[in-house]
Unconditional design. Structure first.
Ligand SMILES: Nc1ncnc2c1ncn2[C@@H]1O[C@H](COP(=O)(O)OP(=O)(O)OP(=O)(O)O)[C@@H](O)[C@H]1O
Ligand SMILES: [Mg+2]
Length: 397
């Protein structure tokens, strides 16, 4: 439990105190003589005001029984909240201690608590003592501030750092091991040296790719709020992706089929970033699709972009082969998420490609949809808004 006192706290605590002043017309530190008279009408008004707040608020009497609770509190704890001991609804020892201390000792406190039902949520429980008023009923107020979103952000940050360290550690360990071997036991072994240097080259490239991807991701994130608005020729970008990855496709015997109408409107966007999107999607199709089976890139106009609205383009990259199981689909764009970690890592994947795709598409206020089934194979489709008509030149292939 973290104790708080006086007025020198975090802005959150300050707001809560301010809220208490607004709601009850007193400060927890004021002497009781300064309290406004408790008249029924005022009480009704106070309760109506309490209901307008989205934060759960509970008022307790001297026996720790909940005497009033606002709508948000009822939503969180259910209907059988009022007229029962707080422990009836909130089985959390630290929270109960905080409430008891506010009532018995007039101690104000802020306590982090976790509620497991209906879904795991994180709160800061602010316990405010209430000096006895005329009917001496309310002795403490509890305000639960939901900090779940901030908690998740912090968790994601910690996971991200752990993932990056883990991903860098394995190639680094391989490099360190080979350097030691080359300096010691394999010092004069020419054949071993050549073999080890090849492996070291692969590992060093893996580290380089990971760092490039991380930088790319952070660049995209930094600009995500700025929607790019330059006219972009999608057909040209698709042809460039096909040409750049052509040799890799040929190695696996995969023909790349580009199906693009001769006249295609331009989209509003950032050409370099959109190229990165198509390059990543095509790279995946070539890596995870079966060898010898074609990969298709299909671009077409759509009258209405699903869920977003407005005219635009749809570009789908399709490969056949084993489908991606449905439980993985919503997670594919998470950083470092790989369906088959070992396989993806063996073929040089860092698990950041689709995270980059998602952020670029978000920046363009576009849409990414993924479909995968045994009958139809796997398709990653991107929807992008058309460049505004009045100034849009048309690309002829
Ligand atoms: N076309 C596809 N077919 C089947 N699985 C796919 C396809 N595209 C992506 N995946 C799955 O999604 C995972 C995440 O893809 P993503 O592009 O983010 O990472 P990666 O390809 O492993 O690494 P990187 O793109 O950073 O080199 C892949 O590891 C793979 O399991
Ligand atoms: Mg990839």
């Amino acid at each position: 439990m973290t104790e708080t006192s006086g007025g020198t706290h975090l802005p959150g605590s300050f707001r809560i105190k301010h809220l208490a002043n607004q709601l009850f017309g007193w400060s927890p530190n004021q002497p009781s003589a300064a309290q406004p008279p408790d008249i029924p009408h005022q009480r009704v008004v106070h309760l109506a005001v309490l209901d307008t707040f989205a934060v759960p608020i509970l008022l307790l009497n001297a026996q720790r029984v909940v005497v009033e609770a606002n709508l948000a509190a009822h939503e969180l704890f259910g209907a059988r909240l009022v007229n029962h001991d707080l422990a009836h609804s909130l089985r959390h020892p630290a929270a109960l201690d905080a409430a008891s201390a506010a009532i018995a000792e007039g101690r104000q406190s802020t306590t982090p608590i976790t509620l497991l039902t209906p879904v795991t949520s994180y709160y800061e429980l602010h316990a405010l003592p209430v000096p006895p008023d005329r009917d001496a009923k309310v002795r403490a107020a509890l305000i639960l501030q939901d900090v779940t979103a901030a908690h998740h952000v912090e968790q994601m940050r910690a996971d991200f750092v752990a993932n990056v360290s883990h991903e860098l550690r394995s190639p680094l360990a391989a490099l360190t091991g080979f350097i030691e071997t080359l300096k010691g036991p394999a010092k004069d072994d020419v054949a071993a040296r050549a073999r080890f240097l090849d492996i070291m080259e692969v590992e060093a490239h893996r580290m380089g790719r990971l760092i490039d991807d991380l930088l790319s991701l952070s660049r995209v994130e930094a600009k995500e709020h700025l929607r790019p608005k330059k006219p972009v020729d999608i057909a040209g970008l698709l042809a460039r992706s096909r040409d750049v990855l052509g040799p890799r496709a040929a190695e696996r015997g995969i023909p790349i089929e580009l199906d693009c109408p001769p006249v295609l409107p331009q989209v509003a966007g950032d050409a370099d970033q959109l190229y990165e999107v198509f390059h990543n999607l095509l790279d995946n199709a070539l890596k995870y699709g079966p060898s010898g089976q074609p990969v298709t890139i299909r671009a077409q106009m759509v009258e209405r972009i699903p869920e977003i609205g407005g005219q635009g383009l749809r570009v789908c990259v399709h490969n056949s082969g084993d489908p991606i199981a449905p439980e993985h689909l919503p997670r594919l764009t998470e950083r470092f998420y790989r369906v088959d970690k070992a396989r993806s890592r063996d073929i040089g994947g860092t698990g950041l490609g689709l995270a980059i795709v998602k952020h670029i598409v978000n920046r363009h206020r576009g849409r990414l949809s993924i479909e995968s089934s045994a009958e139809n194979g796997t398709s990653f489709c991107i929807y992008l808004a058309e460049f505004p008509k009045e100034s849009a030149p048309v690309t002829q292939l």
